[in-house]
Design a protein around this ligand. Sequence first.
Ligand code: URA
Length: 441
Amino acid sequence: MRMYDIIMKKRDGGELSKEEIEYFVYNYTKGNIPDYQASALLMAIYFKKMNKRETADLTMAMVNSGETIDLTSINGIKVDKHSTGGVGDKTSLVLGPMVAACEVPVAKMSGRGLGYTGGTIDKLESIKGFSVEIPMDKFIENVNTVGLSIVGQTGNLVPADKKIYALRDVTATVDNISLIASSIMSKKIASGTDAIVLDVKCGSGAFMKNKDDAFELGQEMVDIGTALNRKTVAVISDMDEPLGFAVGNVLEIIEVIETLKGNGPKDLVQLCLSLGSHMLILGGKAQNPYEAEKLLKNIIENGLALKKFKEFVMAQGGDPSFIDNTNLMPSAKYIYEVKSDKEGFVEKIIADEIGIASLMLGAGRETKESKIDFGVGIVLNKKVGDSVLKGEVLAKIYANTEDKIAPCNEKIINSFIISDKAIKNKKLIYGVVSDKGIERY
Ligand code: URA
């Protein structure tokens, strides 16, 4: 087999065989295929697409490129949750304790952020003493005792994805449905979970910019999960404005604590209730969304979700004192108010622009080697639909370097689209895809 022939076949719109896909994944991971040939194939896939059979074969070839995790020693149905990536997305940190407190075990391997999307692991590392790298036996023990553990992905889990994703990131081939679906699902399958709830984001802050593509991506991932005997549900949600108010590591952790105390932003709470309901249903703790939501609301009201968060932090070496006093967390030297230059109604907050502004402040990584400044970020003061007066505060910038404030201020102002007309209630959740089909809301 020759890589040249595989590239040419896909370039001309052909269907790759299982063997050809395995040849590419195996040899690229081993370093036998140069980046320029792999890039050419990825670009051919981007333009000519892959069918369902090719996508499923690509997923399994990626799973088989490294080790897989055996979670059978964890009691109960393990349900994982994964988001396709967004701005201000802290749902995993809210859902983990909520779902674990309802006695569905959560054994989660998460990634770091790259680009403007924040990573759960980075947020957790802003907690003093918290370790995201614990041995596998301790990870399993924590899930069996606490009900929840979140760790970074181990080095040899789907090494093919690590290499291919890094190449996609620099060759403009990230936003292809087959490539995203196989990348996400290979990691979920390899990490040993029994069931998967996917949060597929759609809008300016997401890889999928329109609803049809987001539903198609959801369907593709549900099909892969179903074919591999993992019950899979995809919730299609809006990312045309950041989720919640806070963007930035410590700022998001504070919002997580507030949400677990019952004071969360409306959109974040709604999304967590929806994703959490599917997790409880797949985990066998509820029969229907109504029953599941009741359990989840109750677990917040009776304080058990917050208690679970504390237990989880302590079990991974974190100092939990910040939970009662968030002033103990790293903070920013300067807090600057971004003021509106016009009056009207917030029609849109361009989420990726807010993500980039927070990246400029140091809350994310420009390159894999960048060091994160945990205390910096942005807290929105207005959300889509809110009315604004001229001079009113749109957002607050938390910065540690004074010279970042002015460019950030400009970016935030430009990302707020203010209209003269009142905005109709916008949908947060567009629908759900499961093995029963698509349900649009
Ligand atoms: N998240 C992933 O893990 N992979 C993708 O390709 C896109 C988002």
